[in-house]
Design a protein around this ligand. Structure first.
Ligand code: ZN
Length: 207
């Protein structure tokens, strides 16, 4: 589903344990995993495939980072994340706010700088319907925030620094693989200027 679809702007419905364990939901999870891998992406939320359900799949595979400079990975604290399913999540944000370029399968071809908390604590149900508490840091925390935003009707442009919006081509040409501090300087960005920073669109986005 591409930006503009109403399903990307609504609040998705939670699932019961029984629903999670049902064959249709198990098949949906498998299908979302394949769709995410084919894209390829590091996360996919059910509203992005047209379903207003609180399900997201996440996976950051080693293959996705093999061509990225080690200092790029280190700056983002990006490490492989095994496939996991997040259902009915409650998120709490901790730690510093870090700003990096982010993209979305529902807005292909674009990217922007998005401030996100370095640490996310998430309580959710897994693919078997078991309660799980997870504390994630770095890129995994960012992916969780991005996907859980989808379940609440938010996309990254609601939180981005508008002046940093770029096509992917121009991201590669001018901005990628440079320290964020340099990018901030060249874009003449005020880091306090992100959309929703003064009046966060999501009341749960508390720090
Ligand atoms: Zn997205």
């Amino acid at each position: 589903m591409q930006i503009g679809e109403p399903v990307l702007r609504g609040k998705a419905a939670p699932l019961s344990r029984q629903e999670i364990r049902s064959k249709p939901v198990q098949q949906l999870i498998e299908w979302m995993r394949e769709t995410m891998r084919d894209a390829p992406g590091v996360g996919l939320a059910a509203p992005q495939v047209g379903l207003a359900l609180q399900i997201a799949v996440i996976e950051d595979r080693p293959e996705a980072m093999k061509d990225l400079p080690p200092e790029f990975l280190a700056e983002r604290e990006r490490k492989p994340v095994p496939f996991h399913v997040v259902i009915n999540p409650k998120i709490r944000l901790r730690g510093a706010v870090l700003t990096f370029f982010e993209g979305c399968l529902s807005m292909p071809g674009f990217s922007a700088l998005v401030p996100r908390s370095r640490i996310a604590r998430v309580d959710f149900l897994n693919h078997r319907g078991d309660a799980v508490s997870l504390q994630a840091a770095g890129w995994h925390a960012r992916i969780l925030q991005h996907e859980i935003d989808h379940l609440n009707g938010f996309v990254y442009v609601d939180r981005m620094h508008p002046r940093s919006l770029t096509t992917m081509d121009n991201l590669t040409r001018y901005w990628k693989n440079r320290p964020v501090a340099e990018v901030v300087h060249d874009l003449n960005l005020d880091l306090a200027s992100a959309v929703g920073q003064s009046a966060s669109p999501a009341p749960r986005h508390k720090r």
